[in-house]
Design a protein around this ligand. Structure first.
Ligand SMILES: Cc1cc2nc3c(=O)[nH]c(=O)nc-3n(C[C@H](O)[C@H](O)[C@H](O)COP(=O)(O)OP(=O)(O)OC[C@H]3O[C@@H](n4cnc5c(N)ncnc54)[C@H](O)[C@@H]3O)c2cc1C
Length: 401
């Protein structure tokens, strides 16, 4: 259930995306120019739709997480909509993490310009094999204690946005010290700090995120104590603060693009005459359309529930966001793929944007936890919860009579 304010903002965003953003979309193989992005962002501010999720004190509209979905879906109806509203990955997830964990000084230095759109950011976790990927415990990058701070050594890869970003939040392994446990620590660093090398680039199939997904090397990169994010050793805990909502916001944005694809499929199915009737009246085509309508609604409902639970019970909400992530990442792929199918040859041509959309959403089944990692965690969690119930006295239901 969204609030009246969110409903009104979603309606404004819908109108803005259709009237201003879609006409400015770059063509096949082109990228959005920085000047055009600046102009579109200025228009978004004028329309009162800019940075819907960010805190009011830092220049956003301060919408609560439970109200993000309808607005983010409207933004995601265009592949460039989230960038125009400054609610795209990885910046949006980093804004939330900085809002929740950063010191006031860190917020002034990093969060304020990030919300203003004057800098971009990265989140650096994944490493070349055998380092951190699906298994964060394999984290190999280290931060060792030095006079006045920490020195980071290691290599990251697939670091979205790193080319041209102002700063990164880096996950590094740290030793126990004083009151602080050994574990992972998050450190804030400008990406032009001495000892940082960006590259080589990695070519991937999608294009919506500015700044690529390159390797980033750290050779003794100094980070002062004041730029540790939260407490040393608590990085994995803070990663959950970021990841639970960040997974959901990816679902929201990509669901918007799946809705656009569904509209393309519906328009084509209504207009195309085949075998003496509109495509929309042919049973096998109707099955594709119906399955897409079901995928869109179930994804929407799961996102909504996970967002509500995340606000009241972060642990249960994280579990639900994991379920929502698997379902949505696979559902949006299916919806766009069915739209491609219904549009025939046009579906796989540059005449329609559907193949581009399919490329945009495919990596979502891998990043933010692959479908397989999530299914493994979901199954383990369910089995353990049931085992605890049985241990507490609930009768087993599998006994043969
Ligand atoms: C476009 C894109 C953007 C990205 N952006 C960032 C970023 O900004 N910052 C960042 O740190 N990282 C980023 N990543 C990296 C991403 O998070 C990793 O690719 C992901 O965590 C998987 O790690 P990996 O590639 O090392 O694959 P691996 O860890 O080698 O996993 C490979 C496969 O193993 C299977 N698998 C995993 N777990 C299980 C299991 N429990 N049971 C059975 N099978 C399993 C899955 O099929 C998985 O895809 C990005 C990746 C892409 C593609």
């Amino acid at each position: 259930m969204t609030t009246d304010a969110a409903t009104a903002l979603a309606a404004r965003t819908r109108a803005f995306v259709r009237e201003v953003v879609i006409p400015a979309e770059p063509g096949w193989g082109e990228t959005l120019g920085a000047d055009v992005l600046d102009e579109l962002r200025a228009a978004a501010r004028d329309a009162g739709v800019y940075a819907p999720h960010a805190p009011v004190a830092f220049g956003g509209l301060g919408l609560p997480l439970t109200d993000w979905s309808p607005v983010f879906q409207e933004a995601g109806y265009s592949p460039i909509g989230p960038a125009v509203l400054n609610c795209m990955a990885p910046d949006e997830g980093n804004m939330r993490l900085l809002e929740k964990v950063a010191t006031p000084e860190q917020q002034e230095r990093w969060l304020r310009p990030l919300v203003a759109g004057s800098i971009r950011s990265s989140f650096a976790m994944t490493e070349p094999h055998p380092g951190a990927g699906s298994d964060p415990d394999a984290l190999a990058t280290t931060a060792r204690r030095v006079e006045g701070g920490w020195a980071i050594d290691g290599e990251k890869r697939f670091i979205s946005g790193a080319e041209g970003a102002g700063f990164a939040i880096v996950m590094a392994r740290t030793e126990a010290e004083g009151d602080f446990e050994a574990g992972a620590t998050m450190l804030l660093t400008p990406l032009d700090a001495p000892g940082i090398t960006i590259g080589p680039s990695i070519r991937t199939i999608e294009a919506a995120i500015a700044g690529g997904h390159p390797h980033v090397r750290f050779d003794g990169v100094f980070v002062p104590d004041a730029e540790v994010l939260g407490d040393p050793g608590q990085g994995f805990r803070y990663a959950q603060v970021r990841l639970g909502p960040a997974r959901l916001t990816h679902c929201m944005r990509w669901l918007g693009l799946a809705r656009r694809s569904f509209d393309i499929a519906l328009d084509r199915a209504n207009a195309r005459e085949l075998f003496g009737s509109p495509l929309a009246d042919l049973g096998v085509a109707q099955a594709l359309l119906a399955d897409s309508a079901i995928d869109l609604e179930t994804a929407d409902a799961l996102i909504d529930k996970a967002a509500r639970v995340l606000e009241t019970d972060p642990r249960a909400g994280a579990a639900l966001s994991s379920i929502a992530k698997v379902h949505c990442s696979e559902a949006v792929w299916r919806v766009i793929d069915r739209a491609v199918q219904l549009c025939g040859g046009d579906g796989v041509s540059s005449g329609l944007p559907l193949i581009q959309y399919l490329n945009e959403v495919r990596p979502f089944r891998i990043y933010d936890g692959s479908s397989e990692t999530h299914r493994w965690v979901i199954a383990r969690r369910a089995a353990r919860a049931r085992a605890r119930e049985v241990a507490a006295g609930e009768p087993r239901r599998d006994e043969v009579s």
